[in-house]
Design a binder for this molecule. Structure first.
Ligand code: ATP
Ligand code: MG
Length: 567
């Protein structure tokens, strides 16, 4: 492809709203343009990368035995009402009406449509198992679209859904997809980790997220430094310290102290000159089951995913000031368990706190020397906190490390969640009606491309790994007005093309410096610079984007050399 014939509007400066590298670079390299918040145009270079990711995903899904289908983006509300998600999905679901005033939505995910598709035509266990996938545009009206393709509102996803007659078969397919995802992300040249993820109400241990490791990732991951344990921090556990075996020190007398305007853990611990570990943080929560208190050690953070599970609630959220006042008789910031008249769930971490500090349920007052059992009781102890760097691994004697990741893929065993509510059944060997057992498996196509840039770039631009690069080779003829140079460029182009290599040739009448800058920005893995001096010796300069130094290659050896790099 010739640069002059291709629409590659590179620009010098990234727009102000581009916070992360991948977003900045994709705009600067002329790959994407914003149409509206979270909605993008893909320009030719950007689309080529998207297709590279898509093709790897498609090849590996097909190899794994899945079949490609295509479902509509506009989905009638009836299906979503059947699954009961029409009312609970909230504002991420973009709803619209047609000319007859019928309700529709833009599909943010397709469990309903596929379950409907399969229940209509699959009657017998003999037609199972099935794994159907599509690569299609999704719409989610994200509350904070940002980071370019990373969190868009309109984005392309590969979503697969499998249908089975038995649990064993569903679990076999889950493993098959797990292996397939490993292959896909390895082929994309990413550094990633498969981590255990929360399964919500469905429970069980069949949910993994595939996380590309990058500082800018929105997810925190806990990973053992010794064994293979790795989990999203939402789900990660540690060995339970102190459970039932707390070593009590000398208990001192419970005393109320004045703490004017001291509310946060930092303020109170600073004011009383105690470490945050001595504080028993008391959070008042609201839920569908009413208000309750949550206790955890001052230096830890609450994990609401775990809390929701242990509180057995549909939803939980920090109570507003009014509710806090009603429950504790005090303004927010002074809640404590002593004398509190509501249910209390406590994190295991407070079992070891001796002579702790808590709010006194009174404005500007705290208690010191608070001791569990003597001064208050918890209704229930549970694991409610986020793990932190250095926590014990729950599986071995290693330690947990916390790192950041970008979720590019997610696999999940759904069980009969959708088939039961939507009455999607088949006849088993005994002629008995049974709901399908399902799994679902997603990959963000654009997010995968963006994640690759987060891992592979330098200050000058993108450094594409060969499998995702828009082209394999970038030819830069130094002077387009020199016929010898252009003839050589043309011949090399033809030779490479014949060997199945994808080439962009910068035939613009520009200074070499400008062309090199754009080449670095666009990030094609191999650059060939063709200049008259080297040509006299039958040589061409070859430079790998990821390396600083160039080397001279004999013209006759170029194709072989590049073929080696490509594979
Ligand atoms: P997140 O937690 O990041 O919002 P999710 O759990 O909502 O993701 P899934 O429903 O599991 O995502 O969707 C499958 C895949 O689709 C994700 O792993 C991700 O790669 C991609 N994806 C999800 N939301 C977006 C988005 N807003 N923009 C781009 N890709 C997305
Ligand atoms: Mg997810």
């Amino acid at each position: 492809m010739r640069f002059t014939k291709m629409f590659i509007p590179t620009i010098k400066d990234a727009p102000k709203d581009a916070e992360v590298i991948s977003h900045q670079m994709m705009i600067r390299a002329g790959m994407i343009r914003k149409v509206a918040s979270g909605i993008y145009n893909f320009l030719p270079l950007g689309l080529r990368v998207l297709k590279k990711v898509e093709n790897i995903v498609r090849e590996e899904m097909n190899r794994a035995g899945a079949q490609e289908v295509l479902m509509p983006m506009v989905v009638p509300s009836e299906l979503w009402q059947e699954s009961k998600r029409w009312d609970v999905y909230g504002k991420e679901l973009l709803r619209l009406k047609d000319r007859h005033d019928r309700d529709f939505c833009l599909g943010p995910t397709h469990e309903e449509v596929i379950t409907d598709m399969v229940r209509r035509d699959v009657r017998s266990y003999r037609q199972l198992p099935l794994n159907l996938y599509q690569i299609q545009t999704k719409f989610r009206d994200e509350i904070r679209p940002r980071f370019g393709l990373m969190r868009g509102r309109e984005f392309i996803m590969k979503d697969a859904y499998s249908f089975h007659a038995s649990e064993e078969c569903a679990e076999r397919e889950y493993k098959n997809m797990y292996e397939t995802y490993l292959r896909i992300f390895e082929r994309c040249g990413l550094r990633f980790k498969a981590v255990e993820a929360d399964t919500g109400q469905i429970g069980g241990s069949f949910s993994h997220e595939f996380m590309v490791l990058a500082e800018t990732g929105e997810d925190a991951i806990a990973s053992c430094n010794k064994c293979k344990y790795a989990a999203n921090v939402e789900k990660a556990e540690t060995k339970i310290q102190g459970q039932g075996a707390s070593v009590k020190g000398q208990e001192k007398t419970l005393t109320k102290v004045s703490t004017p305007n001291m509310k946060s853990v930092e303020e109170v611990s600073g004011f009383l000159k105690v470490s945050p570990q001595a504080l028993i943080k008391t959070l008042i929560y609201d839920s569908d089951k009413g208000g309750f208190a949550v206790l955890l050690r001052g230096d830890y953070e609450i994990n609401e995913t775990k809390l929701k599970k242990h509180a057995d609630a549909e939803w939980v959220r920090l109570a507003d000031d009014e509710t806090v006042k009603k429950i504790t008789n005090a303004p927010s910031g002074f809640a404590g368990p002593v004398g509190l008249k509501c249910g209390i769930i406590a994190d295991y971490s407070i079992q070891n706190v001796v002579n702790g500090v808590t709010g006194a349920n009174e404005k500007d007052a705290h208690f010191v020397n608070v001791n569990i059992d003597r001064d208050f009781k918890a209704d229930k102890f549970a694991d409610l906190r986020n793990v932190v760097q250095g926590d014990d691994c729950p599986r071995c004697d290693g330690k947990l490390e916390i790192m950041r990741g970008i979720e590019v893929g997610h696999i999940f065993k759904l069980g009969t969640k959708y088939s039961e509510t939507m009455n999607a059944v088949f006849l088993d060997e005994n002629g008995k009606e049974k709901p399908f057992i399902m799994g679902c498996y997603g990959i963000g196509i654009g997010r995968t491309a963006a994640a690759s840039i987060e891992q592979n770039h330098d200050k000058d631009g993108i450094i594409w790994p060969m499998p995702l690069a828009p082209f394999h080779v970038h030819i830069v003829p130094v002077n387009v007005n020199d016929k010898k140079v252009m003839d050589a460029a043309e011949n090399i182009y033809k030779d490479l093309e014949g060997a199945g290599i994808e080439i962009l040739v910068d035939d613009r009448d520009e200074r070499a410096g400008i062309k090199f800058k754009d080449a670095d920005l666009i990030g094609i893995p191999i650059r060939l610079t063709i200049g008259s001096k080297n040509l006299e010796n039958n040589m061409v300069e070859m430079k790998l984007r990821k390396e600083a130094n160039a080397l001279l290659v004999n013209r006759a050896e170029i194709v072989e050399k590049i073929k080696n790099f490509k594979s």
